[in-house]
Write a new protein. Structure first.
Lengths: 412, 282, 321
């Protein structure tokens, strides 16, 4: 039997030798969801700046692909927590806060005067009267359009719905798809629904809906869909959008096959990399639909948190304080092409960003985004419904009925 | 031989067959050839719409940038770290179980055997939540070890089926003779049976290597970080980064597919022997 | 058997030295015990691992399917509520229907594999290379197959779209259209599966008895008749295995759906295995209990086939003893 155990042990030893990698004490592990070039660069700068000030801390960054990150955060917060994790403000952090997976950082806010400096985002970082992370950037949503194409076609920037529909009709007639979009990852549909609903029914209604207080079968939601169908039914979106990622839809705009793109400001970088010149890109606020309804905007805030199970919370706090600083946020957001949250940070110089900054400063209220305002399950079903609607608008009633069924279960 | 050999057919048939062979192969592998050509295209070809023409230049740099700008090397390394111990572990265990089920008669024998066979066929999803939970509790979530342990256990099912049938087909006189000599059971296994199992071990090694290398589901369920992610999961995360950069996606895919392909061409005989076990006799 | 061998191990132990007699009985006892014990010792490590990682989780999953659990908090027992919800879940029926499509259409791999095998079963020079290259798709990971076919189907520039346009049709974005998406994925899955069936049949054809073919030829059997009455019956073992692996493959279709469409557009290409994962572990859902109930349904479907397979094996085994 001696030989036997030796053989078996050999097999097992080989298995166990391949251990997991272990981290040392002075390490600060950060999990990030930024793989695009600009954000990646921005974080490299933050890390190198922080390391210069704190040479004793060894920062290790794990970058994950954005869509995959949204799944894995749940796992690593419970199992193998890093010291810092990127995430989003608002309702989207609720499940982790409620499950006790994020560290309370109220003390950090008080110690560094963040309540003042980050005031604009304070509400979206507060749950149960405590702060759960630090916001470092936010960005506007709106319609990016080809200035040169608008000029060629003699189209003025639309300021209300009828003008937008008329402009679309004109573009379509000229053989240009009015709007480009890629809905494979679903969330781009959420931007459309947000704006349609914010403009048709207003901010309060939209927030009630995403908070589960209004049924999806409410005639007001139907009214939003009806308005939306004025763009869907005549074919003002590119075909095949469910097969495309949002980046796949950019070439349409670059090649002049489409003239407008409702997107977040992070897209500008991709437009430029795709070959659009600065002067070709215009930005407009999503036009008014129901007159008299104050204009609210989507402005998602990206945040960073300390997991409750982090090993190196001390250095993690240092890092959070560093990221909250006005000068750091200025530099970071110049690289990101987005807006700093810290009120002491410098105003952006870039034209489109300034335009966004002004728009958001005058906004009636800010929504995070459909998939951040609504709970995850509802968001998934909702955006799937929006995608289906954008392909089969005639199914609006069936879709809303289905969403209502899910709403009544999710918000129990 | 069926069908009748073409060598005996008329000349036109022979020629037609010789033409049909490469043509059908070309059609069969068309998607693959397309991807391989794309993997050596410069990015500018794709931007210009030259998707299918002759590449304007031969860009091995796509492969270079796959390795330089992404953790592809690490992913490949992880795949080896998962695959090799799994092959060793699963085969070691199944040599034992296969031997036990093939040479001893006891009441539970058939039922144990069927347990291995049936378990081998269950959908992964019925195991997913508990296995993930177990791995979390053992502190092995997001580690190569956690993945290896599951793979070893699961593959033991298939390997046992294979080994048991293989040993059963060996001449039982050898074992009987050794027993008459009073050789201990383990020594019979070690000195009599194991040497005869070499072809089975070779066949299974190649097969399990390919299965595990190509596993995607368990890689996503039990691993999340780059540091332990095998190449299948890795290529998916890269695919998310490389939207519309098909020259890189293609190069990455070719790299990810390479090791099992090399394995297959080197060990073709064993591979097919393993795969077709039972295809000739019930 | 063991009794016999044990007895014959100590033949005619009629010696005069009692001490030697004693030693010998002890040895034979040890041998007899060892023989009873040995299989369990051999089985232990493998069976234990298999129990812990495969058999027990099946039972646990069935249990979890009666709970409401988000994977973080506490489990709440809710009886069969998950199943009641399943009963009224459109997405579940879509998945079920697609699974059925997979099962039926995936079966095409068996005749298609046979056809290619017959085509390649020649002895011309270089045929071995052809056989390996035809088999090639099976060696590649499904993930890579999925990527290859996503590229093949890509709207605007994909090879498939170009082919359609070349033939004078309008290009279709297969993966964006609810009518075609599942067929498109199944076609991608068939590619390696046909290769698998092909290799099974090639091996089978190799072992067809030449005498019978000759005899049939003398009787005037040719072509299809020969195939149907003479060849196919001899290929039965290969067919059996091909059918089994194809059924399993069809029900396990996770990788391709995941990589090619993530179940979209709007869930129309979901299959049970993917829907389960989506509900239990994806970005938008951590409903372990509900996911488990989907897995149980999938398991029940698979169980039908597993049982048939085991019953057949049992027959064979009984026959061989």
């Amino acid at each position: 039997m001696f030989n036997f155990s030796k053989a078996a042990a050999g097999g097992f030893a080989a298995i166990f030798l391949m251990g997991s990698c272990a981290y040392a004490a002075g390490d600060l592990i950060i999990n990030l969801d930024q793989t695009d070039p600009a954000p990646k660069k921005a974080f490299e700068d933050i890390v190198s700046g922080f390391s210069k000030e704190n040479p004793d801390v060894n920062v290790i960054v794990n970058t994950m692909h954005k869509e995959g990150y949204k799944t894995s955060i749940r796992n690593f917060l419970t199992a193998d927590a890093p010291d810092l994790a990127a995430w989003y403000a608002g309702n989207r952090m609720a499940p982790f806060v409620n499950a006790g997976l994020f560290e309370d950082v109220t003390d950090l806010w008080e110690e560094h005067g963040l309540n003042e400096q980050l005031k604009s985002a304070a509400a979206s970082m507060t749950m149960h009267g405590k702060k759960w992370g630090v916001p470092y950037t936010y960005y506007q949503w709106g319609i990016y359009y080809r200035k040169d194409i608008f000029k060629e076609q003699g189209i003025a920037v639309p300021t209300n719905w009828d003008e937008l529909v008329a402009a679309s009709a004109k573009l379509k007639e000229a053989g240009i798809t009015p709007f480009t979009i890629g809905t494979k990852a679903l969330w781009p549909t959420g931007g459309w629904f947000d704006y349609m609903n914010l403009r048709v029914n207003g901010y309060e209604f939209h927030m009630d809906l995403t908070a589960g207080k209004v049924p999806y079968t409410d005639p007001r939601v139907k009214a939003t869909f009806d308005k939306w169908s004025e763009l869907v039914k005549p074919g003002y979106y590119n075909k095949n959008h469910p097969a495309l990622d949002w980046q796949d839809a950019v070439p349409n705009l670059v090649q002049g096959k489409a003239a407008m793109y409702l997107m977040g400001n992070f897209a500008v970088d991709v437009f430029k990399n795709g070959g659009l010149k600065e002067e070709q890109i215009g930005f407009m606020q999503f036009p008014q639909i129901t007159p008299g309804i104050p204009m609210a905007e989507d402005a998602p805030t990206d945040t960073i948190h300390i997991p409750a199970k982090a090993r190196n919370k001390e250095d993690a706090r240092k890092f959070l304080a560093y990221m909250a600083r006005a000068d750091v946020q200025t530099a970071t957001n110049i690289t990101l092409g987005q807006l700093p949250v810290n009120s002491g940070a410098e105003r952006p110089e870039e034209r489109i960003l300034q335009q966004g900054f002004d728009m958001l400063s005058n906004a009636y209220a800010l929504a995070q985004f459909y998939d951040r305002d609504a709970p995850a399950e509802m968001a998934k079903a909702g955006m799937e419904g929006f995608q289906e609607f954008m392909v089969k608008p005639e199914r609006a009633d069936a879709i809303l009925k289905r969403l209502e069924k899910i709403r009544s279960r999710v918000y129990k | 031989m069926f069908p009748a050999p073409v060598a005996n057919a008329t000349a036109p048939t022979r020629i037609a067959y010789k033409v049909a062979l490469p043509v059908s192969l070309l059609v069969w592998l068309l998607p693959l050839i397309g991807v391989m050509v794309t993997s050596i295209r410069p990015a500018s070809d794709l931007a210009m719409g030259n998707y299918f023409g002759v590449p304007s230049s031969f860009e091995l740099s796509n492969y270079l940038s796959v390795f330089q700008s992404t953790p592809m090397g690490l992913f490949i390394m992880n795949s080896f770290k998962v695959t090799i111990p799994t092959v060793i572990g699963a085969i070691a265990l199944s040599c034992l179980t296969g031997y036990a089920l093939a040479t001893y008669r006891f009441k539970a024998n058939l039922w144990l055997f069927f347990m291995f066979v049936a378990g081998n066929f269950v959908p992964f999803q019925i195991l997913m939540v508990p296995v993930r939970d177990l791995t979390l509790k053992m502190g092995l979530y997001d580690t190569v070890t956690g993945l290896v342990l599951f793979h070893v256990a699961f593959q033991t099912g298939f390997c046992t089926l294979f080994m048991r049938n293989f040993i059963k087909a060996l001449p039982s006189e050898l074992i009987e003779a050794a027993r008459v000599e009073g050789v201990s059971e383990f020594r019979i296994f070690w000195y009599v049976v194991l040497p005869l199992m070499r072809p089975a071990i070779a066949a299974l090694s190649v097969l399990i290597f390919t299965f595990i290398w190509n596993d995607f589901f368990w890689a996503t369920v039990l691993v999340q970080g780059t540091h332990a992610m095998p190449v299948t999961g890795g290529i998916i995360s890269l695919n998310g980064q490389w939207v519309a950069q098909w020259h890189l996606v293609s190069a990455g895919s070719v790299v990810a597919a390479m090791p099992p392909v090399i394995m297959f061409f080197l060990m073709q005989k064993h591979f097919i022997a393993g795969l077709t076990l039972g295809a000739t006799k019930g | 058997m063991s009794q016999q061998v044990a007895a014959s191990a100590s033949p005619q132990s009629g010696g005069t030295f009692s001490s030697g007699e004693e030693v010998r009985t002890r040895t034979s006892k040890w041998i007899a015990n060892q023989r009873r014990l040995a299989p369990w010792l051999f089985l232990m490590p493998g069976a234990l691992m298999f129990l812990v990682y495969v058999i027990a989780p099946i039972a646990q999953s069935i249990t979890i399917s009666f709970y409401d659990w988000d994977g973080i908090g506490t489990k709440a027992f809710i009886g069969i509520e998950n199943y009641i919800e399943l009963w009224d879940d459109e997405a579940f029926y879509t998945s079920l229907y697609n699974n059925l499509l997979w099962l039926v259409l995936y079966m095409l791999a068996v005749p298609a594999g046979l056809l290619i095998a017959i085509f390649l079963n020649q002895t011309v020079t270089g045929i071995r290379i052809y056989k390996s290259l035809f088999f090639f798709p099976f060696v590649i990971s499904q993930i890579v197959v999925g990527l290859i076919f996503s590229w093949f189907y890509a709207p605007n520039f994909g090879l498939f779209t170009k082919l359609l346009e070349f033939l004078g049709f309008e290009g279709i974005a297969i993966l964006a259209d609810e009518r075609f998406v599942t067929y498109g994925i199944i076609a991608a899955g068939l590619w390696p599966q046909i290769a698998y069936c092909m290799i099974l049949y090639l091996t089978g054809l190799n072992n067809v008895s030449p005498d019978q073919i000759e005899a049939a030829r003398l009787d005037g059997a040719k072509g299809w008749k020969m195939l149907w009455y003479v060849i196919l019956p001899q290929l039965r073992p290969a067919t059996f295995i091909a059918v089994v692996v194809t059924i399993i493959g069809a029900l396990r279709s996770f990788d391709l759906v995941s990589i090619m469409t993530s179940g979209g557009p709007y869930g129309s290409s979901r299959v049970l295995s993917y829907y389960m994962y989506e509900q239990a572990l994806s970005e938008y859902g951590f409903r372990m209990g509900y996911g488990a109930s989907i897995a149980v349904v999938l398991f029940a479907i698979m169980m039908v086939f597993i049982t048939l397979f085991i019953v057949r094996m049992l027959k064979d085994e009984r026959g061989s003893y």
